[in-house]
Design a protein around this ligand. Sequence first.
Ligand code: AHR
Length: 512
Amino acid sequence: MKKINYPSVILTMLCTFSMLAQEPIQVKVMPDSEAPIISKHIYGHFAEHLGRCIYDGLYVGEENKVIPNTEGVRNDIIAALKELNIPNLRWPGGCFADTYHWKDGVGPKENRPTMVNRWWGGTTEDNSFGTHNFLNLCEELGAEPYLSANVGSGTVQELIDWVQYTNHDGVSPMADWRRENGRENPWRVKYWGVGNETWGCGGNMTAEYYADIYRQYATFMPGWSGETEVYRIASGASEDDYHWTETLMKNVPHHLMEAVALHDYAVFDWSDKGPSVNFDDEIYFKSMEQALNMEEYVTKHIEIMDKYDPDGNVALFVDEWGGWYDAEPEVKNGVLYQQNTIRDVIIAGTVLNTFNNHAKRVKMANLAQMVNVLQAVILTDEEKMIKTPTYHVMHMYKVHQDARLLPSKIETNNEFRGLPALSVSASEKEGVTHISLVNIDPENDMLVELDASELDIKSIQGQILTSDKLQDHNSFDDPEKVVPQQFKAAKLKKGKVTLTIPAHSLIVLQGK
Ligand code: AHR
């Protein structure tokens, strides 16, 4: 006779019973013709001269015969990025930007001076990747360049010259120099950051002092670009520094400032950030708490902006965000190379949902950083390249780019260990609805009942991104451990979509 395994039968019965007993979380998604368009620029990226992001990452040099490249940029990375439809790319920093003198990075490479990358490991920067490489790469990707200019150790003239060099199509000293360096037509760069983290590595300024400096820089920037107007971005607050945003909104005339930035990383302790892979549940929850703070920060910064700018002329750009952990033990100081796991999937999904839901004011965001640094979408090891789990989130979420937001509301208790367990955002474009859902619970599946009765949906399908363990990741030996799978378990009946979202997973549903 077959032996019955009583403990396992009891466990199965208990699980089944608890699933049956679980009250579904009720979500309503509504059409709203007045709702904002989710700017594609929320899906922007950031590449800094830091660690192996540019050198030995994106850029392997024009002379490299081993790794196929276009003007020195790896072809495999270009192909992977094209699949993401990356809308914009911010460069050259970060903290690096306020030490960078762009003129050192144009003209014959053999004549370019070196500099010391003081913020990131004291490495010698040879300026071989410069303005032409970056702007040509953006053209190749079909992405808008976002140049982050040096205010901390630069001058107003240096910035005006950069605008003239990249954007002026008449006769002028900088436009002529650009032509001499091989580029006839201007690139017409629209997005310009006026300093970076000027409260810290960009000059340790007070908000009041920076507001005055900003006014001076911003005055001289327009007028070089023909029909393309420059879009000036003020260096913004960190996390909950509301005084910073308030001071900029109050002290800078709004005709001089198209956007204010905000930086917020999911770091729970700057002196001990924890491992990128071998983290435990406690660390996971601390990271999630930090990541989910984005909702509060964005809401409160927007409240301040609404007070001074009720018509919404000045945008909020979250131009640095992502998970930040201890660098992998084998890398040198200042390199910030970290692995990327299902925790990063959950962070990216929830934070992007926040940006989508605040699309009225949040018009750009830049994930930090694109290759080999922090929450990267791509990792490289010599000739090998892998797509991280975060890459797949950006791929699944690209459906929201330039789609109209569908406001959503979680109508039942959504609290789990003091955090919202479910995160949702939805959008509609050309008759197709997309709903992104993230279950942050590391252990329990979640039953969801979604009221879509006001949407015109006749069929539903989806994709899911998850893995057995939160710590699972893609490696050079196992590059496809975490990849999206088809999700067929959502049922549509009389305008209600029901589904079970597995523990620690992200789903994007498509309704037609
Ligand atoms: O992205 C890494 C660093 O984080 C950037 O250089 C800086 O702006 C921020 O502090």
